[in-house]
Design a protein around this ligand. Structure first.
Ligand code: HAM
Length: 419
């Protein structure tokens, strides 16, 4: 029996898990002010929910889905993303009668990708979907929400890349132009792009293959084929972003890896995570609900990679997480120490009682559990209503600082240390 987690999965603990929880807490609080409400869909769905919607030729459907037959013979897929399930849920819950539906979700997603830093087979997304709003102002709102959350998490090292995929008519014309162009280079294209040429030539623009990229440099530009209406739509999005002072870079090669997009497509990218630079991505998907068998209702949304964003957050240096060890000297003071520990917790301090073993062993335990402060008292201190407060984690070379504090002053002393 292997005791290792499955390749591409991992146990989340300590700082990393706390960073995940912090991202979710802050994102949910901010999304509430944009009137988003929570939704949670199942972790697996019928395979059909993803197959056509994400695109038969997309990498996700073609190579990355965890699909299996259950014991009843149904084809089931662990969700690789959250948009199709949320749209499915809006239809099956009858919520298309009460639009708009602005929903926020988070949880694990599953893709069979080659694992590396920032790329996992079980990874975590937090996403928002705004369903039922056709105006470009909602594209602006949606992007502004993403930017607001990233900034509130203390991040600044990222850029918003933006493109329009236009309407169906513009895309069809562009597709024809691309087929004509890439057909000249059919023998030089990578194997993947040869397949894309037949099935979805737009995706060649997104190829990571160097040879493909050289050929793409002179490919026709979408702007030439963009109709007046989708152009005006995109211009309104850009004006809105300008008005809110949200910086962006126009990126005509940004085509997204999933098929349901139209009009606005965007990615927030960082250069600090190496190859896995996309930390948040999304766009408009006006045809998705109808394609899934629901009414024709527009939608726009995004999802952030929590794992990637957590890697960018500072982990240390937050004194609010002060951990306190309570160490009584002498058996007769153990009950007093128990009471003090409980009292600290009721005042929102993180406290741990160390009773068993000699003093040296207890200080070691306190250190291992990452307590920064120890409150120590023996019968002398107790009879004088005092305690000793010793800092445990000092810079190398310096000795541990210790102060004697009146018991009545203890909480205000600790609060001052926590700021
Ligand atoms: P996506 O671009 O496939 O879009 O994924 C969104 C984000 O999830 C990526 O930018 C990345 O940060 C993160 N991510 C994707 N795959 C992995 C992985 N294997 N390991 C770690 N992080 C990963 C979607 O999923 C769309 N549903 C977004 C959306 C919502 N569009 C409209 N509404």
């Amino acid at each position: 029996m292997s005791l290792q987690p499955v390749r591409g999965t991992r146990d989340l603990l300590d700082d990393e898990l706390q960073s995940h929880q912090r991202v979710i807490r802050i994102a949910e609080a901010i999304a509430t002010t944009y009137n988003y409400r929570p939704i949670e869909t199942p972790i697996f769905e019928y395979t059909s929910v993803f197959q056509r919607t994400l695109g038969e030729t997309s990498d996700v459907v073609g190579k990355e889905m965890y699909t299996f037959s259950d014991r009843g013979g149904e084809s089931i897929t662990l969700r690789p993303e959250g948009t199709a399930p949320v749209v499915r849920a809006i239809i099956s819950e009858g919520l298309t009668q009460t639009l708009p539906q602005k929903r926020i979700y988070s949880g694990p997603m599953f893709r069979y990708e080659r694992p590396q830093k920032g790329r996992y087979r079980q990874f975590y997304q937090l996403g928002v979907e705004c369903i039922g709003m056709a105006s470009p102002f909602y594209d602006v709102e949606c992007i502004a929400l993403a930017d607001h959350i990233l900034k509130s998490l203390g991040l600044s090292d990222y850029k918003l890349h933006l493109n329009t995929l236009g309407d169906t008519e513009s895309r069809n014309k562009y597709r024809q132009a691309l087929v004509a162009y890439f057909s000249q280079y059919q023998n030089e294209l990578s194997e993947d792009s040869k397949t894309r040429l037949e099935q979805n030539p737009l995706r060649i623009l997104d190829s990571k293959n160097e040879g493909d990229q050289k050929i793409c440099a002179d490919a026709p530009k979408f702007g030439t084929y963009l109709g007046a209406e989708p152009k005006a739509f995109f211009d309104t999005v850009l004006k809105g972003l300008d008005a809110l002072k949200i910086d962006y870079t126009l990126d005509p090669h940004l085509v997204r890896g999933l098929d349901y997009y139209c009009h606005t497509a965007f990615e927030f990218k960082t250069t600090t995570l190496g190859a896995q630079g996309a930390i948040l991505a999304g766009g408009r998907y006006d045809g998705l609900m109808e394609q899934m068998g629901g009414p024709s209702v527009p939608g726009i949304g995004w999802a952030m990679g929590i794992d990637r964003i957590a890697l960018m957050l500072p982990t240390k240096g937050n004194k609010k997480g002060l951990r306190i060890a309570v160490i009584p000297i002498g058996e007769e003071l153990e009950t007093e120490a128990l009471k003090l520990t409980q009292n600290l917790r009721q005042h929102d301090f993180t406290a741990e009682l160390f009773i068993a073993g000699n003093l040296g062993k207890r200080f070691k335990q306190a250190d291992k559990t990452e307590c920064q402060i120890a409150i120590i008292f023996g019968s002398d201190e107790f009879s004088q209503n005092q305690v000793k407060v010793r800092s445990l984690q000092m810079d190398e070379g310096s000795s541990n600082k210790e102060a004697t504090i009146e018991s009545s002053q203890l909480f205000s002393y600790l609060s001052a240390l926590s700021i």
